[in-house]
Write a protein that binds this ligand. Structure first.
Ligand SMILES: *Cc1c(COP(=O)(O)O)cnc(C)c1O
Length: 462
């Protein structure tokens, strides 16, 4: 009895989930006429009592999971009892290499550890400096600190949201070992110029491509320009596994060392040592699992098609939004053949919205049913840096002068980034999986707010 009931509710659950899965697919191509006639004549903003532009619940939810297509692979792993790294992980790594256009992939527990391992095996350690943009997720900087190296911040180009290549050379010192460009938002950094600078100064390059799977410059995948590229499969990312990460490279010797390091220093490939048995090198253990690989293989099947949709919708949305005064969407570098659009970013200029603050703009936009956020706060002035510099290891590896936090903050000022952090607005990638009409609804909502900015500002003060 009990079993039958469980079975029935399970079937019901699967049925409902598959309908949800179907709806997801259907909404992508669905056409709706609600907004067609109203796009040019702004109505009353929802925050002032008008009808909202869109129903929040209609946005495609993330992550996408389609039970019929996705669950067998995961159940097979669970039932096999082989849960630690084995054939599924090998298969995922082969597929990921193919997707990125690279010789080798090593999966690890998450994107943060992909960066930690890659930096470590390029011998970036205490006493070294790594050039990094301040407009990134904190993990980029923590990975540098975890290896005992010092992050040195290079200001951003607010138009592209990326590290500004023009500002890199001024930050190079005799301690500089590497550049760590981040393809932030899933938009490629200017790798052509960054690689030229790295070559000229003999610097290593690790690309943080955690937000940028399948993005390309001149048809070459990001993550393959530098010595290593790092990816994240955390739940919000364009390929969602919950947790997970990967290092890619064409350098076999480096990759063998990474495999060894993430597996307790046990020998692998060319990474053999002189010690007869057991571990041959310093190591840690941050291995990927079979069920992570099974979820990843299911997600990977959709990544290419989703990337195409995100690119099409982003280009369309950008072309419409840039017509609204005060909305400045991202700019892509010449040569970018495709982006990943983990986020759709633009700068919001309140001067052109009658002084309506960004916070109030976001509130008004959310009232229209469009999820949005203000994004990152400046990283280069945060307390975790002070904490790292006060640690025993840092005190042993750097002269006192370099660890003076006040002086460090002065050297690492990034005024363009400060301004960018105060103006940025983000939409998450799942919004870009919607239909053309969904994009129109975003434009309509922002246009309404623009036309009524003064009235909204007044109402917010009350
Ligand atoms: C997500 C992310 C990371 C870290 O990846 P996790 O898998 O969350 O550890 C690093 N850098 C950037 C830019 C990211 O977006």
């Amino acid at each position: 009895m009990k079993n039958r009931k469980t079975d029935a509710s399970r079937r019901k659950f699967i049925k409902q989930s598959s309908i949800a899965g179907m709806a997801t697919v259907l909404t992508m191509g669905a056409t709706s006429s609600i907004l067609a006639g109203t796009l040019n004549s702004a109505g009353t903003p929802a925050i002032l009592g008008g009808t909202s532009a869109w129903d929040k619940a209609r946005w495609i939810k993330w992550p996408i999971w389609i039970p019929e297509a996705d669950e067998k692979g995961v159940l097979d792993v669970l039932r096999s009892g082989v849960w630690s790294r084995a054939a599924k992980v090998d298969e995922f790594e082969r597929e990921w290499s193919k997707a990125c256009g690279v010789k080798r992939t090593l999966t690890v527990s998450n994107g943060t550890n992909a960066l930690v391992v890659a930096l470590n095996q390029l011998d970036i350690k205490g006493g070294d400096e790594v050039l990094v943009p301040p407009y990134t997720f904190i993990a980029t900087v923590q990975a540098i600190l975890a290896n005992g190296a010092m992050p040195v911040f290079v200001d951003v180009d607010p138009e592209t949201f990326q590290i500004d290549p023009d500002k890199i050379e001024a930050k190079i010192t005799p301690r500089t070992k590497a550049i760590l460009p981040v393809h932030i938002m899933g938009l490629p950094a200017d790798m052509i110029r960054i690689m030229a600078i790295a070559k000229k100064h003999n610097l290593l390059v690790v690309e943080d491509a955690c937000q940028a799977p399948l993005a390309e410059i001149n048809k070459q995948g990001v993550g393959t320009f530098g010595n290593a590229g790092c990816f994240s499969f955390q739940n919000s990312k364009n390929i969602a596994i919950g947790e997970g990460g990967a290092i890619i490279s064409n350098d076999d010797a480096f990759m063998d060392k990474c495999v060894s390091y993430q597996n307790l220093g046990l020998p692998y490939g060319s990474a053999v040592g002189t010690i007869a048995t057991g571990s041959i090198r310093l190591g840690t253990k941050v291995r990927f699992t079979e069920y992570q690989a099974a979820i990843g293989l299911a997600q990977l099947k959709r990544l290419e098609a989703q990337t195409v949709i995100r690119n099409e919708n982003a280009a369309y949305l950008k072309s419409k939004l840039e017509k609204i005064p005060g909305i400045l969407p991202y700019r892509l570098y010449p040569g970018v053949t495709r982006a990943a659009f983990h986020l759709f970013p633009f700068r919001y200029k309140q001067e052109q919205f009658q002084g309506l603050s960004r916070a109030d703009f976001l509130t008004a936009l959310r009232a229209e049913g469009v999820p949005c956020s203000s994004g990152y706060a400046p990283l280069n002035t945060q307390e975790f840096l002070k904490d790292a510099f006060a640690s025993k290891n840092f005190k042993k590896m750097y002269p006192k002068e370099l660890l003076d936090y006040t002086k460090y903050m002065e050297r690492n000022q990034c005024p363009k980034n400060d301004q960018l952090c105060s103006e940025a607005v983000w939409f998450t990638q799942n919004l870009l999986l919607g239909s053309r009409e969904d994009m129109d609804s975003i434009v309509y909502a922002i246009d309404k707010i623009h036309k009524n900015a003064g009235a909204i500002k007044t109402s917010m003060k009350k």
